[in-house]
Ligand binder design. Sequence first.
Ligand code: CP
Length: 326
Amino acid sequence: MIHSPPSANIQLTADGRLKHFLSIEGLPRSLLEEILDGAASFVEVGDRSIKKVPLLRGKTVVNLFFEPSTRTRSTFELAAKRLSADVLNIDIAKSATSKGETLMDMLWNLEAMASDMFIVRHSDSGAPFFIANHVTPQVAVINAGDGRHAHPTQAMLDMYTIRHYKGGFEGLKVAIIGDVLHSRVARSQIHALNILGAEEVRVIAPKTLLPKDIESLGVSVYTDLASGLRDVDVVIALRLQKERMDSALLPSEGEFYRLYGLNNERLRPAKPDAIVMHPGPINRGVEIASEVADGPRSVILHQVTFGIAVRMAVMSMSISGQESGL
Ligand code: CP
């Protein structure tokens, strides 16, 4: 752990506009709705032959991924380019941090190149908060996933997907299945669903893959898949995070699939029109069968596409909030 996340207020300007986007927790519903509405206006840009708008022309966005990523890194880069920003992708393995330069020295050097925004993924919970607390006021910081803590833009693209397919959040029952213990995505989704007014958020997992205080986040807890899926509108499977897992937490992947793996038969208790989501990357045959991942209820690849528009909305709001506060 680099730093304990302080109050979420660091994310907002004095008049309540988005400045840094670090965590969903503590943000008002109106701001989450502003992100969703902003994203709706950017979806159409992706359908144009020239996929560009000039909102971030002249701005410099730096991708700082200290952990591997396919979806988040690529869609942030595409989002920045579609907003006409200049994009620097720092190859951390080849950066001077491998020669002993500290994180903050690296960031101060990037600031000296007149960067306007840092997109940060880090294995340490709190790293983007630490950076936001130490950068100059001209730089906006966006959390692209920190440790087990938060993945706010993933949660917002998931909320966009749910709103797109279900029309809103009122009356919705949402089930999140699997490795909640290690999942920054699940934590951010739970906060977002509760703020946006979903009727019920359920988590379904073996006790060993649930954080001890999970009920305090406002969820119903199920250890049985069939009961947890009864009458839900949205099913979200989580990746089993083998790289963060102590082997004592799980007997085997085969045992996990036998009890919690999603296949067509196990989806029966959900509503007939329930959608199936997954943040990716998926482990086929572990948390989800190919017949579901590639089947008619799956919206997994649409989540990825919507992610570009959602990240365009977050980046443009953040730069605008940043400029208003200077
Ligand atoms: N969903 C997600 O964060 O995927 P990546 O690790 O590929 O960015």
